[in-house]
Design a protein around this ligand. Structure first.
Ligand code: NI
Ligand code: MN
Length: 225
């Protein structure tokens, strides 16, 4: 069983009934989020990169829940300095966690914090969880190697940015869905800020036009697979 809750922006909670994992927990400073950070209870936090709209409430949630942060090596050392428990990984490497296997992929983007500067490479992540395989692209432009990601694993659910400006826009995101061929694509990273305004229903329509399946998740909505 896999339950996915979309908090907003790039933040999702995965729940298999035993483990709860949050990806890119940007909640408090996301005016569109309908969930209170204090209500988030998780065992793991996965970070795709260090930008503020992805690290978000990581410190608070990690400390309150005693949650393990799974992240790229350089971010892990940054978290060590702040006494946050973490598991360091890097692109192309996988690890078998109690919930399932998790592997970081490439992403074309940056990774930086104001107090630490550059923090290694940005990433996407493929997570086997609750009997499904989820590919969260992180922040990225379109890249041809997405075809390889879709060949290495049969992707059940793909979460991908459509907001343009910092990441893929709708038209490139539709090509990304074509490359990866997931059973279901879920758009993310749109409308949080003025420069990333995009219509997720336009994305869904264009994905349907290439005979693939996408669906908009409302902020705070949970779906079960
Ligand atoms: Ni970013
Ligand atoms: Mn971002």
């Amino acid at each position: 069983m896999l339950k996915i809750t979309y908090i907003g922006h790039s933040c999702f909670i995965l729940d298999d009934g035993t483990y709860r994992l949050i990806i890119d927990p940007f909640i408090t400073n996301n005016s569109l989020a309908t969930v209170n950070t204090d209500d988030v209870k998780v065992d793991y936090i996965v970070l795709t990169h260090a930008h503020g709209d992805h690290i978000g409430d990581t410190f608070e949630i990690a400390k309150r829940c005693n949650a393990m942060v799974i992240c790229i090596n350089e971010i892990g050392h940054y978290l060590d300095d702040k006494a946050i428990k973490n598991h360091k990984m890097h692109i192309g490497g996988g690890f078998n966690f109690p919930f399932g296997r998790l592997k970081f992929t490439i992403a074309h983007h940056g990774s930086w914090t104001a107090d630490s500067g550059e923090l290694g490479n940005p990433a996407g992540v493929v997570i086997k969880f609750g009997g499904k395989t989820v590919y969260h692209c992180g922040d990225t432009g379109l890249f041809l190697d997405m075809k390889l990601i879709g060949e290495l694993d049969k992707i059940d659910i793909m979460m991908l940015p459509i907001g343009d400006n910092f990441t893929m826009g709708i038209d490139d995101a539709v090509i990304a869905v074509d490359f990866v061929n997931p059973a279901l694509a879920i758009p993310m990273h749109y409308n949080t800020f003025e420069v990333i305004e995009a219509d997720p229903h336009e994305f869904v329509g264009k994905v349907s036009a290439i005979n693939k399946k996408a669906r908009v998740m409302e902020f705070g909505e949970t779906i079960e697979f």
